[in-house]
Design a protein around this ligand. Structure first.
Ligand SMILES: C[S@@+](CC[C@H](N)C(=O)[O-])C[C@H]1O[C@@H](n2cnc3c(N)ncnc32)[C@H](O)[C@@H]1O
Length: 278
């Protein structure tokens, strides 16, 4: 069969998970270790970088909000260039590559250039960050629906369907912390009760995890000063945190490099019940 691709190189679009390095998938870690070149983002757990081969070329393409270090077009071009050199290229991204991660755009660029690629989905902050704060995004008897929304589209001139969004049981906003007052205003204006529980979780799943809870009526005041990266979660499920707050942020986070490449990850985060049982 003829080779349809322009080189033997390949790009692995890898979801690195939300912060706790143990949340990368087995397949993602495997591809990361095989890579000749690693292009990584800002929100990727630094412990994961030491999992790459010592000979791998490490390229920081991370972007701070409003401080674009490399444009998306430059990143796409770099992926194509390295793959055309016949290299195995790991594109390591925070959370899941296809959840507000521009992974789809990178795949389009690779497809157009005739470069082979694999997508290794990741654990998205949209679900994992609430989970580490003791908030299940759905719960029988509470809600069976959830939505994940890009919060920076919260300004009134955006085309977001606030009527529809407001009716969904659990609403998770990424990139929304700097637009919290507008989001709260839109939800209340479109019929959500001001008593609805809200959680704001910063640097979730990491040793720095910080959680503020309140209601639509008071969260803007209570979470004033919380900086990105943070997840904003709205809905009755937030109240379950009172019972399910299991995660105890540890001063020393999991370092995957301390484990042999053939070992499975140990569970380092004991539940608060285990830590404090008498
Ligand atoms: C550009 S989006 C990328 C989302 C990513 N692809 C995912 O699936 O998690 C970045 C946003 O994700 C959220 N986020 C990512 N990691 C987070 C973390 N550890 N704690 C809180 N929020 C996080 C924040 O809302 C942040 O502004």
């Amino acid at each position: 069969m003829p080779n349809l691709y322009s080189s033997d190189g390949i790009v692995y679009i890898i979801g690195g998970g939300p912060g706790d390095p143990g949340l990368i998938t087995v397949k993602g870690l495997d591809r990361l270790r095989q890579a000749d070149v690693v292009l990584y983002d800002r929100l990727v757990a630094t412990e994961l970088l030491s999992e790459a081969s010592p000979n791998a070329e490490m390229i920081d393409v991370g972007k701070e909000p409003k401080k674009h270090r490399r444009s998306q077009a430059e990143i796409n071009a770099l992926l194509i260039e390295k793959a055309r050199e016949g290299k195995r290229v790991a594109r390591l991204k925070g959370g899941d590559p296809f959840v507000f991660g521009r992974g789809g755009e990178e795949c389009q660029a690779l497809a157009e250039a005739g470069i082979r690629y694999e997508v290794i989905p990741g654990v998205s902050s949209a679900i994992a960050v609430p989970a580490y704060a003791g908030i299940p995004v759905t719960q029988r008897g509470v809600t069976t629906t959830f939505a994940v929304v890009a919060g920076h589209t919260g300004d009134s001139d955006s085309n977001i369907d606030w009527v529809g969004i407001s009716r969904i049981g659990t609403i998770i906003f990424l990139m929304g912390v700097e637009h919290m007052s507008e989001i709260v205003h839109q939800l209340i204006t479109h019929g959500r009760s001001a008593d609805t529980p809200v959680g704001v979780i910063r640097e979730g799943t990491t040793a720095n995890q910080f959680v503020v809870t309140g209601t639509l009526a008071d969260i803007v005041e209570k979470a004033r000063g919380v900086r990105p990266p943070a997840v904003l979660i709205v809905g009755e499920v937030v109240s379950l945190r009172e019972q399910l707050d299991w995660f105890v942020p540890q001063p020393a986070s999991l370092s995957v490099e301390t484990f042999s490449k053939h070992q499975t990850f140990p569970l380092i985060y004991a539940s608060s019940r285990e830590l404090f049982k008498d």
